[in-house]
Design a protein around this ligand. Structure first.
Ligand SMILES: NC(=O)c1ccc[n+]([C@@H]2O[C@H](COP(=O)([O-])OP(=O)(O)OC[C@H]3O[C@@H](n4cnc5c(N)ncnc54)[C@H](OP(=O)(O)O)[C@@H]3O)[C@@H](O)[C@H]2O)c1
Length: 426
């Protein structure tokens, strides 16, 4: 029986899940891959505090470098997270001729090019299915199933924390802070949720997916990012009146003026498949002229969903340990990222309830060639909310208009601007 020997760096949420999964599924894995997959060593800086690492069949250490360099290791699984020392250890593992499997989106979104260049040089594989959307096979689909595609657009719900908060706000008419508190109590949000709710986590994942979909190097910094912290229950109520729901979308579109890459909360039709993605679930909706619209949905995070994606990469290496490594980008696409785009916008202004307010806002919008489709004012004590939905307008023109409007004395809070998206409509 062939063996595939694993060194695990980082035995936290996902690493702990992986140890349990490999142990629980040892026989099935052996039968399905024709290989005995076993962990030979684990490196973790706080292994002494982790009861589940004691009395195991593998060696445990806090010295990652000597674990990587062991002769009885074929695959290094990096699950410590963050940029350094993860980058250094992954490069070191490749130089030592080990395959690498990682769930580290930050690492690939920022250093993917360097890491894949090293892997190509030594002829070793990098598995990273778990880096985007946990158990959902989005990386494998983009690399294998859609290898002949001409992907025009992708829409992802890639952050379970944000989707949980947004759908709780929508369904229970709840303030952002209350929905966040529930997410934290249920373990779907960190004590410091900034990385998730700012949209950055989704942006790192979108950078990876866009690189694969368009065969063009996309970095996190190429993506325009807006988070969910300014959403209010009124935004959800207004969306519902329009037959829409709000979701934090990771959007990648290929257009004649370049790639349009955005992470932002957006209004989509309540009838769209993506509107049915609720709670902590993730999804990827794609549209390609050959395969047509598709959607993959499920658990995007958590110990076992993520560990199962890590294990799928390990099993792929077990089946074909000397295979041709997959590439990151071929470099054949040279299109640039477009910085401006046209959208219909939902705008919520928080204003004083005075005569002339609507006229003042409308004038600035008109001066910037932004035409109003509908207008609504909430009754109540000052300040009041005024909601305007525009016809198609350039993002750059809207930004200039809002700079002027937000500086007006009548405006009492920064204006909320949400795009209307129509996934699958080109
Ligand atoms: N959790 C998820 O649902 C999920 C989903 C998708 C992808 N991921 C990715 O999976 C990776 C791991 O995430 P996780 O949630 O398992 O993280 P985690 O629970 O924080 O686990 C990381 C483990 O690595 C250890 N570690 C960190 N830095 C180290 C160092 N320099 N040397 C030795 N050990 C070190 C940590 O030790 P301490 O206990 O001392 O901190 C901890 O045991 C990350 O890249 C993350 O983005 C996670």
């Amino acid at each position: 029986m062939r063996e595939l020997r694993i060194a695990l760096l980082g035995a936290g949420t996902v690493g702990g899940g992986l140890i349990e999964l490999i142990q629980n599924r040892a026989q099935a894995l052996q039968a399905r891959t024709g290989t005995e997959i076993k962990i030979t060593a684990v490196a973790d800086r706080s292994h002494r505090k982790k009861a589940f690492l004691q009395n195991q069949s593998f060696d445990v250490s806090d010295d990652a470098i000597s674990v990587i360099e062991r002769d009885d290791v074929d695959v290094v699984v990096e699950l410590i997270g963050g940029l350094e020392p993860a980058r250094e250890w992954v490069l070191h593992a490749l130089k030592k001729g080990k395959h690498v499997v990682t769930a580290n989106k930050a690492l690939l979104a920022n250093h993917g090019k360097e890491i894949f260049a090293q892997a190509a040089e030594v002829g070793r594989e990098i598995g990273f299915e778990a880096a985007v959307a946990g158990a959902l096979p989005v990386v494998r689909n983009l690399r294998r199933v859609w290898v002949g595609s001409d992907m025009h657009e992708m829409f992802g719900i890639l952050n379970g924390t944000c989707n949980f908060i947004i759908t709780r706000m929508q369904k229970e008419d709840m303030a952002y802070e209350d929905a966040l508190k529930i997410a934290q109590e249920k373990g779907f949000a960190e004590a410091d949720p900034a990385f998730d709710v700012s949209g950055r986590d989704a942006a790192q994942k979108l950078a990876i997916l866009s690189t694969l979909a368009f065969d063009h190097l996309v970095q996190e910094s190429d993506i325009r990012v807006e988070g969910i912290t300014e959403l209010s229950p009124l935004d959800h109520a207004m969306a519902m009146r329009m037959g829409k729901v709000i979701r934090l979308l990771a959007v990648a579109k290929k257009k004649s003026d370049g790639y349009h890459l955005r992470v932002h909360p957006a209004l989509i039709s309540s009838k769209h498949l993506l509107a049915s993605v609720e709670e902590e679930n993730n999804a990827l909706f794609t549209d390609d002229p050959y395969s047509g619209p598709t959607m993959i949905v499920g658990r995007g995070a958590g110990a076992f969903p993520t560990a199962s994606a890590v294990l799928s990469d390990i099993a792929a290496i077990a089946r074909n340990p000397e295979g041709q490594p997959e590439i990151w980008v071929s470099g054949s696409q040279s299109m640039q990222c477009a910085s401006d785009a046209s959208y219909r916008f939902y705008l919520r202004f928080r204003t004083l309830d005075r005569a002339g307010v609507l006229a003042a806002i409308s004038k600035v919008l008109a001066d910037h060639e932004i035409s109003i489709a509908t207008m609504h004012q909430e009754e109540g004590p000052e300040p009041v909310d005024v909601v305007i939905v525009t016809h198609g307008a350039r993002e750059s023109k809207l930004a200039s208009a809002l700079d002027i409007i937000n500086a007006m004395e009548i405006i009492r809070a920064p204006t909320v601007a949400l795009r209307l998206e129509e996934p699958g409509q080109g």
